[in-house]
Design a protein. Structure first.
Length: 624
């Protein structure tokens, strides 16, 4: 429904500093039951089959370690001994660690927070769009978002983006309330939410700042100088909350906290700015080598095989690998943004107009994240697209509601049906019925429109949503989505997780030997990298030392520190493979030192059948 403010003659428009007149958003009788149905649908899609969840080995190992002590929890220690952290800030894992403390360390307990967070996102998006454009648009946005595959994928994964999207929506909600009455305190709350989102996704959280700042600067009913002051103050709060964890880590003496993975100098700046930001833009010529971060091709490009058409560039967001997860409604979203701005321009609304503020918020949000992801590597992971799906759903819903009596909407709906069918046909063996059915339904909608039947719009929307709804519903099958792994849904989904009991017979025999011969050491053993350490941490919370961090390139432990651990009896055993000796990495250097200075334990002592691993016993009596 058009805004009452937008319909006012220009001579009766409120002054620039007057509060915007609210759009009537009375709770229609159908609103609550429809919203409840959408929320229940979102909950079912996210929670179905949670008992079949798997472990994301890297993140789950960190969660288990984080439940061991307050220090490990705060810093996001990967190993139970608190030696090295994740290669990210740990904020997104704090809810998972709390869930594990309450319900026990189970795969489903780690997925549960993400499911609840995504249901919360659906409800928050409804609230935001409802305040912006009315009840029908709010409900439609919630439905669009629920039926977008990436939404359900995030709700069934353990990645960073479920809490990240929720926090950004909370920031948008606070910004909206602050803009309505020029409330600086509420705008400061938005800065707090963005700062907390920083603890989940680091500098990516700041990509939402242009949208929030522009909304307040354009539409807040207060003089320009005060608007600028309010935004500057909120920006300071955003920076302070964002950098709080980094500041604590930087001021904590080395050795009093875990080493920061992804860095060569144990610096939080190198972790956040270098390893997790600058390395993402190597395709546009940015070099992170001088930032103190690890720059390894496998660290940057690992996983790009997960989806087709994932190269960096303007076309990436329209590639099947990403668009099938989040982009089914691109044409409708374009109609919502472009058509809405053109309509407002013709009506010459005041800058405080609520509809105009909404277009600024969601338009800048969408354009900013589109640009960031087009040129920044997402390493083949579609779960990054959750923040894009939010804006697409909001703009598409408002486009449908405001253009529902326009012929342009019929054209765009037809284009959207063709776009959905074209994406679906890239995967001809997955739900092969969906594309023909969508096209037939779209043609039927055109016939109804020609006959001026009221069901034409509902039929056209059903044609548009048929294919993405089918993809989303496929998450209910373990064949097309594995709860606890990555957030991809559909035929390109991979079962990338680890079984709830990952410790095989060989691992158990070696663990029993190391436990029996630990003799008070801090570590059971040192192992080459996180992948070798994860089974022992997941199954037994065993204090093993992962040499080389996530990429194997991290200079931890340093040679002198490694020798000190051996000399002081904190480390007595090292588990290696043949490949470790050949690696030209810090872990490889430690392996070669171990072979030269420690005694090889006969495999008959711990596992006569083990032909893949070599166990060395280190200590004063065995050093050359």
């Amino acid at each position: 429904m058009p805004s009452p403010v937008a319909q006012q003659p220009l001579g009766h428009a409120p002054p620039p500093t007057a509060p915007a007149r609210p759009i009537p958003v009375r709770a229609d009788r159908y609103e609550r039951p429809v919203l409840a149905a959408i929320a229940v649908l979102a909950a079912v899609l996210c929670l179905w089959g949670l008992g079949h969840s798997t472990y994301h080995a890297f993140y789950a190992s960190a969660v288990r370690s984080m439940t061991d002590s307050p220090s490990d929890f705060f810093y996001g220690a990967f190993d139970p001994a608190g030696s090295i952290t994740l290669d990210k800030l740990p904020g997104f894992l704090w809810p998972q660690a709390l869930s594990a403390m309450v319900f026990g360390f189970h795969p489903w307990a780690l997925v549960l927070p993400q499911a609840l967070e995504m249901v919360g996102c659906v409800l928050l998006l409804h609230l935001l769009v409802r305040r912006w454009a009315g009840v029908p648009a709010g409900l439609l946005a919630a439905a669009f978002f629920t039926l977008t595959p990436v939404t359900v994928g995030l709700g069934r994964s353990v990645t960073e983006d479920a809490p990240f999207v929720l926090l950004l929506l909370l920031a948008a909600e606070a910004t909206w309330r602050a803009t309505e009455r020029a409330r600086p305190r509420t705008l400061l709350l938005a800065g707090v939410w963005v700062g907390l989102a920083f603890q989940c996704k680091m500098l990516e959280a700041w990509a939402v700042v242009p949208a929030l700042a522009a909304t307040y600067l354009v539409a807040a009913p207060v003089a320009r100088r005060r608007r600028l002051g309010h935004v500057a103050l909120a920006g300071a709060v955003t920076v302070a909350v964002s950098l709080s964890w980094m500041l604590v880590a930087a001021l904590t003496p080395t050795g009093a906290r875990p080493y920061l993975d992804g860095t060569t100098n144990d610096s939080p700046f190198a972790l956040v700015v270098g390893y997790n930001f600058l390395t993402r833009f190597r395709a546009v010529g940015i070099d992170a080598a001088g930032s103190g971060s690890i720059v390894a091709d496998r660290a940057v490009h690992a996983g790009q095989h997960l989806g087709p058409g994932m190269g960096d560039g303007l076309g990436k967001m329209f590639s099947p690998g990403l668009a099938t997860q989040t982009g089914w409604l691109y044409p409708l979203a374009a109609l919502g943004l472009v058509g809405g701005l053109l309509a407002l321009r013709r009506s010459r609304v005041p800058r405080t107009d609520r509809l105009f503020a909404g277009y600024v918020l969601w338009g800048v949000w969408c354009v900013t994240f589109f640009a960031v992801f087009s040129f920044g590597s997402v390493t083949g992971h579609t779960y990054y697209m959750g923040v894009v799906a939010v804006a697409v759903a909001a703009l598409a819903a408002v486009g449908v509601v405001r253009a529902r009596r326009s012929r342009v909407l019929a054209v765009v709906l037809a284009v959207d049906v063709v776009w959905c069918a074209a994406l679906a046909l890239r995967y001809p063996h997955f739900q092969p019925w969906s594309a023909p059915c969508a096209v037939v339904l779209g043609l039927f909608a055109l016939l109804l429109a020609a006959l001026r039947r009221p069901a034409a719009l509902a039929t056209a929307l059903a044609a548009v949503l048929l294919i993405p709804a089918g993809w989303t519903a496929s998450a209910l099958s373990l064949r097309y989505n594995q709860p606890g792994a990555f957030g991809r849904v559909g035929p390109t989904s991979t079962r990338a997780g680890t079984a709830p009991a990952p410790l095989g017979p060989q691992h158990r025999r070696l663990l029993a030997y190391l436990t029996a011969h630990r003799d008070g050491a801090r570590y059971l053993a040192a192992v080459p990298g996180w992948l070798s350490a994860a089974p022992y941490i997941l199954s037994a919370d065993a204090p093993v030392l992962p040499m080389g961090g996530f990429t194997g390139e991290v200079p931890y432990p340093a040679p002198a520190a490694f020798r000190h651990l051996v000399d002081t009896g904190q480390l007595r055993y090292v588990v290696l493979t043949d490949g470790t000796f050949r690696a030209r990495t810090p872990a490889g250097d430690l392996a070669r030192w171990t072979a030269a200075h420690c005694a090889l334990v006969p495999s008959a002592a711990y596992d006569p059948l083990d032909r893949t691993r070599l166990l060395y016993h280190c200590g004063p009596a065995h050093q050359g």
